[in-house]
Design a protein around this ligand. Structure first.
Ligand SMILES: [Zn+2]
Length: 474
């Protein structure tokens, strides 16, 4: 028996409490910030960040221009020196790298590695704006928001969730690259920080800026620039750092209670921008995903010989599973849960998945259910975006035919069939996709994967699985 929607309500309560405790506003004084509760150790943050940073270095084209790197590094050092004492962790090591990518984005990993897209610097109109984004990212690291977010998860298991957490933290292209190898490589690309963490990073970021000698209002200006660049679809940075509401007003109000200490500007902003203008254009996310970024070819599928294990065919017996408290689904009884956390669960038969060091690397036969970001209200459009996000870490992914409207769990749903090349076997695979909207507006997706040559067998399995879905979140 499934209890009625305790999951979502509990979560909302937690969020509300955190906001109340975290932002205690004292008149005329700067806001006092309390880092959220965290079950992970500081050493976990360091380990997590180091592993994810190694992936980023392998998969994304670093600019590797000493002058630009020095410039960013100088700003970064000034900012990290201004982190308030209570949020300093001696184990953390802040590093600053520039990715030769056009889209406006920046992200920081637990323990300190930060990556700034070239497009972010190019879009900024002052050094203070660059520093503003960096101070915001540094604040997420110092407050240990990545692992705090993971702490909210129901299943506490560091080994198997490393990639998912990293993906959750940074979102977008880089997020899907890092989470590649977990949950079909699709995992947590859609996850993002919640409003309370965004508010905290804005406020602490403003305090760090002022202490470092930058005007915090420049951070608000940069966020405006980023939103302005959004056009039809918001830039990546916004998808992982959603506006908590009244972002500019809140930053500017905080700025009024702060005194900018000195003047930090290096005076090198214009020269750095000119230097970037003189280079060949930055790569687009699409070029990077297709492996066209020079010097950093994507691995593009593991073709190394592996001992193959016979995959158990799907049992004709089905049993009920509840990957979320509000969702019940019937799966072949020999499919086990091979990975899971609050964002989704993956099921596969023996031999149908690959693990490395206790961490799920990928699935050749199986089923995944997960929750993507907030839905726009247009289910087909959201599904399109989901498929595009999947494609970022699966360059061979194609949609076969159009979308069909079919009921999922008794409500309007969208189904599609995709084809891909398996990262694990190098062979063509088929992917059955179904999506629908949850009561709280988020997008629920379900994905079945199997080798193309077994499509007949598995199409029947996935149809039966999709038809068994029961939703109780409303
Ligand atoms: Zn943020």
């Amino acid at each position: 028996m499934i209890a009625s929607t305790p999951y979502l309500r509990l979560r909302r309560t937690v969020v509300a409490l955190t906001v109340a405790c975290a932002l205690t506003l004292t008149a005329g004084a700067q806001t006092k910030i309390t880092a959220p509760s965290n079950r992970y150790s500081v050493a976990d943050d360091v380990k997590l960040g180091r592993e994810a940073a190694a992936e980023v270095g392998k998969e994304l084209p670093l600019l590797n221009d000493p002058a630009v790197e020095d410039y960013v590094e100088t700003i970064g050092r000034t900012l990290t020196a201004a982190i308030p004492q209570e949020f300093r962790h001696p184990e953390f090591r802040y590093t600053f790298d520039v990715i030769n990518q056009k889209e406006i984005n920046a992200f920081a990993l637990p323990g300190g590695p930060m990556f700034l897209n070239r497009g972010m610097i190019e879009a900024a109109s002052s050094e203070g704006e660059v520093a503003g984004v960096m101070a915001h990212e540094i604040s997420h690291v110092a407050l240990r928001h990545g692992t705090a977010q993971a702490t909210k998860g129901q299943k506490y298991q560091i080994g198997s969730v490393l990639g998912q957490i990293a993906g959750a933290i940074i979102g977008g292209t880089a997020g899907s690259i890092i989470s590649q190898g977990t949950q079909f490589g699709l995992g947590a690309a859609f996850l993002k920080y919640g409003r309370e963490y965004e508010s905290q990073a804005d406020i602490l970021g403003a305090q760090i800026l002022a202490r470092a000698g930058y005007d915090p209002r420049e951070m608000a200006n940069m966020f405006k620039t980023i939103e302005g660049e959004g056009g039809g679809r918001g830039p990546e940075w916004l998808s992982s750092h959603p506006n908590p509401g009244n972002r500019y007003a809140a930053i500017n109000r905080e700025a009024e209670s702060l005194r900018v200490q000195g003047r930090a500007s290096t005076g090198q902003f214009d020269a750095t921008k000119a230097r970037l203008r003189g280079m060949s254009p930055a790569y687009t996310a699409e070029q990077i995903a297709k492996g066209q970024a020079k010097g950093n070819p994507r691995s593009g599928g593991n073709t190394s010989a592996r001992t193959s294990v016979a995959v158990e065919p799907p049992s004709s017996q089905y049993r009920s599973s509840t990957p979320f408290s509000f969702l019940r689904v019937n799966l072949p009884s020999n499919w086990e849960e091979v990975s899971g956390d609050e964002t989704g669960t993956t099921y596969a038969p023996y031999g149908g998945y690959r693990e490395n060091d206790g961490r799920l690397e990928g699935v050749t036969h199986g089923f995944q259910v997960g929750i993507a970001g907030r839905s726009s209200g247009n289910l087909q459009q959201d599904t399109d975006q989901l498929v595009a996000a999947f494609a970022q870490s699966n360059p061979q992914l194609r949609r076969q035919g159009g979308y069909s409207r079919e009921s999922v769990g008794g409500r309007t749903g969208v189904r599609a069939t995709l084809t891909n090349q398996s990262d694990i076997t190098g062979q063509p695979e088929m992917i059955a996709l179904a999506t629908t909207r949850l009561g709280d507006g988020r997008l629920l997706y379900m994905v079945g994967v199997a080798p193309q040559r077994d499509a007949n067998t598995y199409n029947d399995v996935f149809r039966r699985v999709f038809q068994s879905v029961q939703l109780r979140d409303q």
